[in-house]
Design a protein around this ligand. Structure first.
Ligand code: GUN
Length: 295
């Protein structure tokens, strides 16, 4: 049976329309809109491309948005002062510092400096702690996008065996935590498979929902997947260039073969990727609503 292919691009369109309608309503009521600043240090091409996408979407949704480009030789002290400025700027509800940062800057220190109330990436330890105890204000964007794809794709998560491949702080650990919460789109039994796991296929082959964030092309092949499983591919691997000079992308899953076995699968590109940006917008809207409440 060929899998249902779930398009993150289509689901994103729906969510963005919902966000836009809410922003229009809030603007009419309060004469204010959500504000997002994206801070980019240096000119890493992948980072430039991500940040450009985030800014474009913010503008489409009617947000107040600032793209703050800083040179790669900015000092840590200057960057911390810049974050402090945005922490105290009432027009800004969300602050995103694009990673990775240059080696001379301590990433942890920078992420800790962002006010937890404006932490739309949800990388601050306060946000991580809130997520773990089921009290999240913001969910990290990629895991939030995965959960939304499962919900809107009609996948039953309650009681399902979710197997997560990868234990990064950005995807593996938070999605594992989110799926075990007693909540909508969760309440699952969760296993995390990682580079220290013996016989990964033993676990992936039992997954009702398989979430793959390994960062390795073809990490999951058809023999590792149960018939009818929902397979979410988080991988974004650059595997060369298209004739038009664009980066050619591949996921972590052997899509062509796994799609013949799975019940549902996300493509790369056009699966989880577009959802990540959309959930950043959702978090910025949440931060804006939170700021209205706390006034
Ligand atoms: N670099 C790659 N992905 C991300 C992300 O989700 N947020 C930030 N801030 N930087 C990134």
């Amino acid at each position: 049976m060929a899998a249902k292919i779930i398009s993150g691009t289509e689901v994103s369109k729906q969510i963005k329309a919902e966000i836009k309608a809410e922003v229009d309503g809030l603007q009419a009521k309060y004469d204010k809109v959500p504000g997002l600043v994206t801070i980019l240090i240096g000119e890493n091409p992948a980072s430039v491309s991500y940040v450009t996408g985030k800014q474009k979407t913010a503008k489409e949704l009617g947000f107040y948005s600032i793209q703050d480009n800083q040179s790669a030789d900015i000092t840590e002290e200057q960057l911390l002062a810049l974050i402090d400025k945005y922490n105290n700027d009432d027009q800004i509800n969300g602050i995103l510092v694009q990673l990775p940062l240059p080696k001379h800057i301590n990433e942890t220190k920078v992420l800790y400096a962002i006010s937890p109330d404006k932490d739309v990436d949800a990388f601050h330890p306060v946000s991580v702690g809130r997520l773990v105890i089921g009290e999240a204000i913001f969910k990290p964007c990629t895991p939030a996008g995965i959960q939304e794809l499962l919900i809107r794709g009609g996948v039953e998560t309650a009681g399902a065996h979710v197997v997560v491949v990868g234990r990064s702080n950005i995807v593996g650990k938070p999605i594992a935590n989110m799926m075990l919460q007693k909540a909508k789109g969760a309440n699952s039994t969760v296993t995390v498979v990682h580079t220290g796991t013996k016989d990964a296929a033993k676990y992936t082959g039992d997954a009702d929902i398989l979430i793959v964030a390994a960062g390795v092309p073809n990490a999951v092949t058809a023999d590792m997947v149960k018939d009818g499983a929902a397979v979410i591919d988080v991988g974004v691997n650059r595997i060369g260039m298209t004739p038009e000079g664009k980066a050619k992308l591949a996921g972590d899953v052997d899509f062509e073969n796994v799609k013949e076995k799975a019940g549902l699968i996300t493509p790369v590109p056009g699966g989880v990727g577009p959802m990540t940006i959309t959930m950043l917008m959702k978090n910025t809207l949440e931060a804006f609503k939170y700021s209205l409440q706390s006034k």
